[in-house]
Design a protein around this ligand. Structure first.
Ligand code: ARG
Length: 459
């Protein structure tokens, strides 16, 4: 036998590189707290079911609690010799309390152990993700409320389309983040299941009580099938997928911020706290944080695709490939929470250049639909109205006038039904104000959206 924890049937030590290549301790030590928590629940169950004697169990419990304390104090050191966090902690426990530590692994495998740790790890961190999203939503709603009457060009194809309220624009993102929260909340359900007790793959002959450990660990329920329990990483995939969609939302939002604080747009200005300068060009004020969040979406998408690919051809149940499930998850959590926090601060502190935004809607023919609608309301078939206005736009772009500059006498030639109230309809403000369809950019509709959101968020 060799020195390894599993060395009984081995006569030779591992080849060079094998320990380091096979080890996960460099990253799975992030789950040390969860591993101790899982072990404590397990040994308490072994005591409760009398699988272990009281005195053995109590020694192990005391030892694990000491380890928890040492971990908090930063006094534990791990080694690749012991491969992963599970065997590292077990070997430290053995150093502390002697051979009785070997009884901890009764009726358990590293396969259900690692699955339990990973469930706990994500379960503990999802609330912060959701809380950060709620904080962002709150900031969006506050900003939207201040900007219900701020007029900006609405775009399709990045071409001026129709004027909209900036508050309306912001509330679009509120809805996206609302769906993100719903997705993470659903993800919580799948994370809230205990794999512990599935053992290696087939369950165990020991009279364990899986509900007991599930309760100890605060899981809502247990996995119904032991093979599924040790092989399932859907809950991680779901998280990575939700995180990818969230980052995609943030990235779109960032793209607009980056464009809009450029010299050409100049719709917004980032606060000094959330922008950076150049080491050579003294005039620069760069939207680095928005770019970084946009850039970080790439690594999160990568983690999703990475794990999907890892899982794709895996036969049941545990395969070492599954060790590759962790780093992407850890990195994603480490990426999205700060991205949300930085984005929220950046958004709440940016200044809106209302004049520039509104001005951009005034000489861009974005009131063309209003004129077509006006004509349609006077009985001209909409298709024909569309053609008439199209010709006016062509003439206007060639000769340098806007629709609101055309004298009434000219309009009368198109239709005697056109009156001077047409000029009112051609202002951006009226274009927005007259929209009453549900969920539209009409000022009243935006105010309703804001009011509903405030009710949803309770503030
Ligand atoms: N470090 C391993 C992992 O992260 C733990 C499970 C090992 N199980 C096994 N049968 N080798 O997946």
């Amino acid at each position: 036998s060799t020195k390894k924890l599993w060395g009984g049937r081995f006569t030779a030590e591992s080849a060079q590189w094998i320990d380091t290549f096979g080890a996960s301790i460099s990253f799975d030590q992030l789950m040390a707290h969860e591993d101790l928590e899982g072990s404590l629940a397990h040994v308490k169950m072994l005591k409760y079911t009398k699988i272990l004697s009281e005195s053995d169990a109590d020694q192990i419990i005391a030892g694990l609690k000491e380890l928890q304390h040492d971990l908090d104090e930063g006094q534990l050191t791990f080694s690749v010799k012991n491969e992963d966090i599970h065997m590292n902690l077990e070997s430290i426990l053995t150093e502390k309390i002697g051979p009785v530590a070997g009884k901890l692994h009764t009726a358990r495998s590293r396969n259900d152990q690692v699955a339990t740790d990973l469930h706990l790890y994500l379960k503990h961190r999802l609330p912060e993700v959701i809380a950060s999203l709620l904080q962002l939503q709150k900031t969006i709603v506050q900003k939207a409320e201040e900007n219900i009457f701020t007029i900006m060009p609405g775009y399709t194809h990045l071409q001026h389309a129709q004027p909209i309220s900036y508050g309306h624009y912001l509330m679009a993102y509120y809805q996206m983040f609302k769906r993100d929260i719903e997705r993470f909340t659903f993800n919580q359900e799948h994370t809230d299941l205990s794999p512990l007790g599935a053992a290696a793959l087939a369950g165990t002959t020991f009279p364990i009580d899986r509900q007991f450990t599930a309760n100890e660990l605060g899981f809502k329920d247990i996995y119904a099938n032991s093979l599924d329990a040790v092989s399932d990483r859907d809950f991680v995939l779901e998280f990575l997928s939700n995180a990818s969609i969230l980052m995609m939302h943030l990235s779109r939002f960032c793209e607009e911020i980056i464009l809009w604080c450029s010299y050409e747009f100049n719709y917004i200005e980032l606060s000094d706290e959330y922008s950076t300068g150049s080491s050579i060009m003294p005039q620069k004020k760069n939207p680095d944080m928005a770019e970084l969040i946009r850039g970080k979406s790439g690594r999160v998408f990568g983690h999703l695709l990475g794990l999907l690919t890892t899982l794709k051809g895996l036969s049941l149940a545990y395969n070492k490939d599954l060790q590759e499930d962790k780093e992407g998850l850890f990195d994603t959590i480490k990426t999205i929470v700060p991205s949300l926090k930085v984005f929220t601060g950046m958004l709440s502190s940016l200044k809106v250049n209302e004049k520039k935004m509104a001005h951009a809607t005034e000489h861009d023919f974005s009131n063309a639909t209003e004129l077509a609608d006006y004509l349609a309301n006077k009985g001209i078939p909409f298709r024909q109205a569309h053609a008439i206005v199209g010709e006016l736009v062509l003439k206007g772009t060639q000769e340098g006038f806007n629709l609101q500059d055309i004298p009434l006498s000219e309009y009368k030639k198109i239709s005697p039904l056109i009156d001077k109230d047409v000029y009112e309809d051609l202002t951006s403000k009226t274009a927005i104000d007259r929209r009453h369809s549900a969920g539209s950019t009409g000022f009243n509709e935006v105010a309703k959206q804001v009011k509903n959101a405030k009710q949803e968020l309770n503030f």
